[in-house]
Design a protein around this ligand. Structure first.
Ligand SMILES: Cc1cn([C@H]2C[C@H](O)[C@@H](COP(=O)(O)OP(=O)(O)O[C@H]3O[C@H](C)C(=O)[C@H](O)[C@H]3O)O2)c(=O)[nH]c1=O
Length: 283
């Protein structure tokens, strides 16, 4: 049995408001986790030591901005983070590698693309659009909706994480993505079209009528795209959902589970815009 520590991405919001929180959580937090793991690992028996893994789960945002028409992130792509959030994630990746090189801690890293699926907090694009649509509210698209993200169904990600922690090589990192590049506009339109079939609007209109284009997010990276061939080749992982099938499952889950999201939308977060602060007012 392998013992492991797997700190998941601790903060979900790619906000430009309050970067201090990212520094505290992603950099100082990772430093503390690494120190605690090292102390624990040093006291293990030799067999338990070699079975131990510190699995650091990071993001494709550390690689920065891709042009619309070319390029893909591999494990060798140089880091070029654009936002305070992604810079703090990049710093945490570097710390984890340094604890491996300097102290011998057996670490593995993974960098994933945008996740989606059940229980996704409704500040993120896909659940926000599903729930706003069901409420008849506007569906906000930043800029022109041309930005591209590479979507990964959460259960496919979970299977990949298990493989990385059980079969990944210490010191190595693995890119995980669903081979599902979509413009944001296409994501929102596909959600609308699925909802038109599953839950037609009471007024006879189409959900696409609710789309509204709003001001862009500052420093909004144009495109992310993951080359997942290393994890496919070395660990035998492939995504089992296409974007269409994963989205159908996700939408059905939100339709069937209002007990989960109703209290969140009613009491904690009603869908207001986050992270639109200008860079000057952020710190
Ligand atoms: C909430 C919202 C988002 N968007 C755009 C912004 C992005 O281009 C895309 C996805 O945004 P979302 O906020 O869902 O996720 P990201 O900002 O890309 O960040 C997520 O994926 C990465 C990999 C992580 O590393 C983050 O931890 C994770 O939260 O839709 C809109 O156009 N309108 C909206 O109302």
């Amino acid at each position: 049995m392998r013992s492991c520590i797997s700190p998941l991405k601790a903060m979900s919001i790619v906000s430009i408001d309050g970067p201090a929180a990212f520094i505290e959580t992603n950099i100082i937090g990772t430093f503390r986790m690494l120190n605690a793991a090292l102390t624990y690992w040093r006291e293990l028996s030799e067999p338990a030591k070699s079975a131990f893994r510190f699995h650091h789960i990071s993001t494709d945002e550390v690689f920065g901005d891709l042009p619309f028409d070319s390029g893909i992130f591999t494990e060798e792509t140089p880091y070029a983070p654009s936002s305070p959030y992604s810079a703090s994630k990049a710093a945490s990746d570097h710390l984890v590698r340094a604890w491996h090189e300097t102290y011998g801690l057996p670490v593995v890293l993974s960098n994933c693309s945008n996740n989606y699926g059940p229980f996704h907090f409704p500040e993120k694009l896909i659940p926000l659009v599903i729930l706003n649509a069901l409420d008849g509210k506007s569906l906000p698209i930043y800029g022109t909706g041309a930005n591209v993200r590479d979507w990964l169904y959460v259960e496919d990600h979970a299977r990949a994480l298990e493989l990385v922690v059980t079969k990944g090589k210490p010191g190595e990192s693995y890119n995980i993505g669903g081979r599902a590049e979509q413009t944001n506009l296409s994501v929102v339109e596909t959600i609308c079209d699925i909802l038109d079939k599953k839950r037609p609007r009471a007024n006879g209109g189409r959900y696409r009528d609710l789309i509204s284009f709003v001001s862009d997010r500052p420093g909004h990276d144009r495109r992310y795209a993951i080359d997942a061939s290393k994890i496919e080749r070395e660990l035998g992982w492939t995504p089992s959902e296409t974007f269409q099938s994963g989205l159908e499952r996700t939408i059905q889950w939100y339709l069937d589970n209002d007990w989960w999201w109703q209290p969140i939308r009613g009491e904690r977060y009603a869908g207001e815009r986050l992270g639109s602060t200008t860079a000057k007012s952020a710190v």
